[in-house]
Write a protein that binds this ligand. Structure first.
Ligand SMILES: Nc1ncnc2c1ncn2[C@@H]1O[C@H](COP(=O)(O)OP(=O)(O)OP(=O)(O)O)[C@@H](O)[C@H]1O
Ligand SMILES: [Mg+2]
Length: 323
């Protein structure tokens, strides 16, 4: 299976690389997931977003076979996790939300250990390890102890470990949480490069909207249910014509007056401005009312205009039970 050719193994031609159907999982009295179905094709990056406790980790753990579902099925590259467990698992590279690397071992020793656990032959994994270390930018650090890597470098090593067996399916659970923005960007460049090179199917959870925006499709989980999915552009269009951007002084007054307006569903600070989500068809009228109210209260308005919704706006709306 782990041929040393440069061609990665391909999925069975039928079906999607990741095919999750009706997945449910309960922990005690907590329904962590309920009837979640989703598909990810080769070459796609599917982003999972949603509030803390929404079920993202549970879904990813079910997808890689670490957990068994109460109902529903997982199929990876045509192999059913419940029946063809070994073949299904062999398709997966998994980077857990809190993953373990061996801090006393060097970068290369970690790769070797993971490769041997996976039963890979030395001539195969050595070549693959070199390629991956180049990919993730750790080629110069092969003999550094993993415990002495920076946070971002540890995440990159985690990614290399997940990829050592040349999986078709990559499952990443918040791979960049707590990593600085420049390193996050770097990490995503690697992921996108990998997807292009190896045509992987990626399922990734993230709390960062700039990362969600890089995904082919995004699914929004809330209370264990997949309540919305679509391309980033489609999700942003859900709120078209509903977002007002308001800037001026003083910002707390602007927010207070916005919240007091009946047509304003949500007012959220975005840097030096405020995004207002306004009831359908009410933006012009509301903008005029706010302009007057702010002047009347002694504030100033430097910008008040309809703008395109950002993904953040959409997720706030979805978290508040829209649709
Ligand atoms: N092993 C477990 N035992 C008991 N409850 C669990 C277990 N794993 C998850 N849960 C519960 O299931 C729900 C979903 O948890 P999950 O970790 O999947 O959410 P999440 O979306 O990954 O959250 P976060 O953003 O905080 O990582 C939560 O209410 C959580 O407390
Ligand atoms: Mg989680």
């Amino acid at each position: 299976m782990f041929a040393s050719s440069s061609e990665p193994p391909t999925c069975a031609p039928t079906g999607q690389a990741i095919h999750l159907t009706g997945l449910s999982k309960k922990f005690g009295s907590v329904q962590a997931l309920e009837g979640v179905s989703l598909e990810v094709a080769d070459g796609e990056i599917y982003g999972l977003v949603g509030p803390d406790g929404a079920g993202k980790t549970t879904l990813i753990r079910l997808a890689c076979g670490v957990l068994k579902p109460d109902a529903g099925s997982v199929s990876l590259c045509g192999f059913l996790m419940a029946q063809d467990t070994e073949q299904a698992r062999a398709q997966v590279g998994y980077l857990a939300q809190r993953f373990a690397i061996y801090e006393d071992m060097t970068v290369m020793e970690n790769l070797r250990f993971f490769a041997e656990v996976r039963g890979l032959k030395a001539d195969y994994w050595k070549a693959r390890a070199r390629q991956l270390l180049d990919f993730v930018g750790l080629a110069e650090f092969t003999s550094r102890r993993a415990g002495q890597l920076s946070g971002g470098m540890k995440q990159k090593l985690g990614l290399a470990l997940a990829l050592i067996s040349q999986p078709r399916v990559l499952l990443l659970d918040e791979p960049t949480t707590g990593v600085d923005p420049a390193t996050r960007l770097d990490f995503w460049r690697v992921i996108i490069h990998l997807v292009n090179q190896e045509n992987l199917a990626v399922l990734v959870s993230t709390p960062y909207m700039d990362e969600a925006a890089r995904c082919t499709r995004i699914g929004f989980l809330r209370n264990g249910r997949l309540i919305r999915e679509g391309k980033p552009r489609e999700l942003r269009n859900l709120l078209s014509g509903k977002i007002l951007e308001l800037a001026g002084e003083p910002l707390p007054l602007l927010i207070q007056l916005s919240k007091a307006n009946q047509a304003v569903e949500n007012a959220q600070r975005f840097g030096n401005s405020v995004h207002l989500r306004v009831r359908e068809g009410k933006t012009e009228e509301t903008a005029q009312q706010l302009q007057e109210a702010i002047h009347h209260a002694g504030g100033t308005v430097t910008r008040l205009q309809t703008i395109e919704a950002q993904l953040e706006d959409v997720f706030i709306a979805l978290a508040e039970e829209m649709g």
